[in-house]
Design a protein around this ligand. Structure first.
Ligand code: M6P
Ligand code: ZN
Length: 185
């Protein structure tokens, strides 16, 4: 028999659409992510309630070997000059890898290994990124539009946020007078 797929995915705006409850939506406003930024002094209420990023996650199965699929929308903006970004994470099952595919916007995908070495790849429409296991990853929106990124990874990978919350990444990215400034910490 031939049946219709349960899900659709828009190549234009990344939106995942499926049966009720199949897509788990998450929204993080700046209030939720404040601690990832270097300087959070004097922020307006408007900025604090602005969306930092949203996610739509489709997890058809959670057993070992299965995959999940998500779209992240990282909004444009800065916190005292520092570009909006995702929290960033290692995987809880550390060897699990991941693909990111950028649909629109401009940004950076920052990688960090366990020795705190970092490097980054430019993200732009149609850029494809492989994130090997054991490597932390964070997206930075350096543009003026939403950075829309599709992700696919093992359902059992989990997120280890603790390491990043405690030690952060060794580099930050700022808009200094309209120019990207890379500041190692
Ligand atoms: C991608 C995936 C998700 C992740 C999301 C936001 O969609 O990597 O697993 O949750 O980006 O990133 P983070 O959780 O690091 O803020
Ligand atoms: Zn991941």
């Amino acid at each position: 028999m031939i049946i219709n797929p349960k899900m659709t995915y828009s190549l234009i705006n990344g939106s995942l659409v499926g049966p009720e409850g199949s897509v788990v939506k998450g929204v993080k406003s700046l209030k939720d992510t404040l601690r990832i930024y270097a300087n959070t002094q004097g922020l307006s209420e408007d900025l604090l309630s602005a969306i930092n990023y949203r996610t739509e996650v489709y997890t058809p199965e959670t057993t070992e070997g299965s995959l999940q699929f998500a779209t992240s929308y990282v909004y444009p903006g800065t916190v005292n000059g520092e570009y909006f970004m995702t929290k960033g994470h290692f995987h809880e099952i550390s060897n699990r890898s991941e693909f990111y595919l950028c649909l629109s916007g401009e940004g950076l995908l920052v990688f960090m290994d366990r020795q705190r070495n970092w490097w980054a790849e430019r993200m732009h429409k149609e850029s494809l990124h492989y994130i090997p296991g054991h490597i932390a990853h964070r997206m930075i929106n350096t543009g003026n539009d939403v950075l829309t990124v599709q992700a696919c990874w093992n359902s059992d990978a989990g997120h280890d946020y603790g390491t990043i919350e405690n030690d952060g990444f060794p580099v930050r990215f700022f808009d200094r007078n309209g120019k990207l400034s890379i500041e190692e910490v």
